[in-house]
Design a protein. Structure first.
Length: 237
């Protein structure tokens, strides 16, 4: 078990290093900066009082859209992207066990996505404070306990759900663009009940706590199944 944990840690470090290197390109820096400014400052500032009410309608972007956009893109790159860059075969040629490779890649995507999502959410609070001070209200804003749970805790199983769906396409698609597009389509279909109102998502403890445990259970089943069936010998290069 200790050996497996060390191997997982090795893969996590390797994957995070690659993600960070890719994120430091000029195009990615500009893209991330625009993303953070748009969702973190512009939208909360423009929504003003609507954002301050902390309803699902005003916070859904941060609970679902931001984590899913980030996780689906990164997990698509984790296998399909490496396949395009011709680095996947070298990783599979190591003595690292299949479980360590799979879990390490998943955890690296989760760590980076969660950190980025937290930055966006905290920047959103800053945008709301700018609105309040420019409106002359002279009070400071931060998310209440319920919203904080939704934004900082409920997003954890949301991210893992995005990874669980995305890794299916990433393992089977030979190019990054196809894997990314199929991941987005898959999540659009899954989120359709929320979009059209069949499922009423509300930011209340009565809804969030059961939803948190149900989604976490689904994530565990999907990822455990994926680990059991992941086999580098059957993964296309």
């Amino acid at each position: 078990m200790d050996r497996l944990l060390r191997d997982i840690g090795t893969v996590i470090k390797k994957e995070l290093k690659e993600i960070i290197i890719l994120s430091l390109s000029l195009g990615q820096i500009l893209s991330s900066a625009i993303f953070i400014l748009l969702f973190g400052l512009f939208i909360p500032y423009e929504q003003g009082e609507y954002f301050l009410r902390q309803t699902f309608a005003s916070l859904s972007l941060y609970i679902f859209l931001v984590p899913l956009l980030m996780s689906s893109g990164l997990v698509a790159d984790s296998f399909a992207g490496e396949r395009e860059r011709k680095t996947l075969e070298a990783l599979f040629a190591t003595r690292l066990p299949d479980a360590a490779i799979f879990i390490g890649k998943v955890m690296a995507v989760f760590i980076y996505t969660y950190a980025f999502s937290v930055i966006v959410v905290l920047t959103g609070a800053a945008g709301a404070n700018i609105y309040l001070h420019r409106a002359g209200q002279g009070i400071d804003f931060f998310y209440n306990a319920l919203s904080s749970f939704a934004l900082f805790a409920f997003t954890i199983p949301v991210i893992f759900a995005g990874i669980a769906v995305g890794v299916f396409f990433s393992l089977r698609c030979r190019d990054l663009r196809t894997a990314y597009q199929l991941s987005r389509i898959g999540w659009l279909i899954i989120c359709l009940p929320l979009i059209i109102g069949w499922v009423k998502f509300t930011i209340t403890w009565e809804f969030l706590m059961p939803a948190f445990y149900i989604l976490s259970g689904i994530d565990a089943i999907l990822l455990f199944t994926a680990i059991r069936f992941f086999n580098r010998a059957k993964t296309p290069f």
